[in-house]
Design a protein around this ligand. Sequence first.
Ligand code: FES
Length: 232
Amino acid sequence: MALVTVTIDGQTVQVPEGTTVLEAAQSIGIKIPALCHDPDLTPVGACRLCVVEIENMRNLPASCVTTCTDGMVIRTNTPQIREARKTILELLIANHPLDCLTCEKSGDCLLQEYCYEYGVTGDIFGGEKHSYPLEDSNPFYIRDMNKCIVCGRCIRACEEIVGRSVLDFAYRGFRTKPAPFMDTPMIDSDCVYCGSCVAVCPVGALTEKGMIGKGRRWEVQKVKTVCPYCGT
Ligand code: FES
């Protein structure tokens, strides 16, 4: 396979053609924040948190959907990039319940982790927030769309890992959210409750019922198991 050479934060690295900037950075231990990206799913460049600077490009491209080309010079952590990422986080937090004290995902939430890293302490805009009721219509997990950051990981997991496509984006603009066809309750959808969507959610929007009240994430031991429905 042909290789391309790129320079990332002063380090030169050779990567196979087709490698994204995010993957190239990760391959040499450079961490770039990423909310919508999951290595097992197709990258979509939805959250824009992974933006970087690339010499001779005027905009800030999303590194998860930008392919390395030979001679590229990339910077991942300049003041301009940090400012852009902080603004993105502030916009996400502007429509978030900020209930981290009691959220089941606290301590294992990527949004919380990045807000800490970028010094985002709360809602600075004071605009409208969602007030969806908790969706508790099925025996396995709770959907709290007030915490959803519309990254689409659950939609891609359902389609690409499970092959079911139960979810898609519903509505438009501020009301956009992942939902089954016609926004029916999950219990009336084709969901098989395999938990793939719950496993890839980076925030507290999807929570396994069995986890609630059992302790913090780091207090719970994970064991390997096989889904009785899809066998994965
Ligand atoms: Fe790249 Fe979301 S992680 S745009």
